[in-house]
Design a binder for this molecule. Structure first.
Ligand code: CA
Length: 230
């Protein structure tokens, strides 16, 4: 079996869904390890070092959001795709400040899930050999995927990093929310443009008052040395 693309940890208590995810991810070239409940996930991640976690929200024991919270509290930034069954869970996930990188809603297409996994793994592993970008005291290094603000490292999720990189690659250019969704999440993303606003807000709260992101009311966002607002 070719599992050369790395190990994906699937956390799912419904056997039929876990089997489907395992089947499609295995076919796509990933190794797959399945956990049926949330309690042991932090230890399993530490032990197996997956390239990504497909994490059901509704789990016995520890729910998916609490699992994510504990991973991030332990400074583990493994990319996470949440699998959710309910709209109110989507609101909780999108509003998370602790690093939900993407989500799919049940019932979902397994092909769509595999596409999201591939996209997020690719983004998390980075393009390599790209020059660092600097703007208004913020230094973003695509090779090491690190961000320094006034010389201090700022820990970002994979999605926050890609959003900031998309803006900083073209300083001064105004991007619409749709353009950012397409560039960062892929055109097929269901999340809607509010996802962009939520992640921009998270970036600003992490980068502080001098975040080089400007809001263009009714249009979108740009990276600018002038900071938050005109
Ligand atoms: Ca479940």
């Amino acid at each position: 079996m070719d599992t050369s693309k790395g190990l994906v940890l699937v956390v799912e208590d419904e056997p039929a869904i876990a089997d489907l995810e395992r089947l499609y991810l295995t076919r796509a070239g990933y190794g797959v390890h399945v956990e049926r409940d949330g309690t042991g996930v932090v230890d399993v991640v530490r032990r197996l070092g997956p390239v990504l976690i497909v994490l059901d929200v509704g789990l016995p024991g520890l729910d998916g959001i609490e699992v994510c919270r504990r991973l991030r509290a332990a400074e583990d930034w493994t990319p996470i795709i949440f699998v959710t069954a309910r709209d109110d869970e989507v609101d909780r996930i999108v509003g998370l400040e602790l690093g939900a990188d993407d989500y799919v809603t049940k019932p979902f297409s397994p092909r769509e899930l595999v596409a999201r996994v591939a996209s997020l793994v690719r983004r998390a592993q980075g393009p390599g050999r790209v020059s660092p970008l600097e703007l208004a005291g913020v230094r973003l290094d695509p090779a090491s995927r690190t961000v320094l603000s006034a010389g201090t490292e700022v820990v970002l999720t994979a999605t926050e990093f890609d959003l900031l990189a998309a803006l900083m690659r073209r300083p001064g250019q105004v991007f619409t929310r749709e353009q950012l969704l397409s560039a960062v999440w892929g055109t097929a993303h269901y999340g809607g443009t509010r996802t962009v606003d939520v992640h921009i807000a998270q970036l600003r709260s992490k980068l502080g008052a001098d975040a080089p992101i400007r809001t263009h009311r009714g249009v979108g966002y740009s990276a600018t040395a002038a900071g938050r607002e005109p």
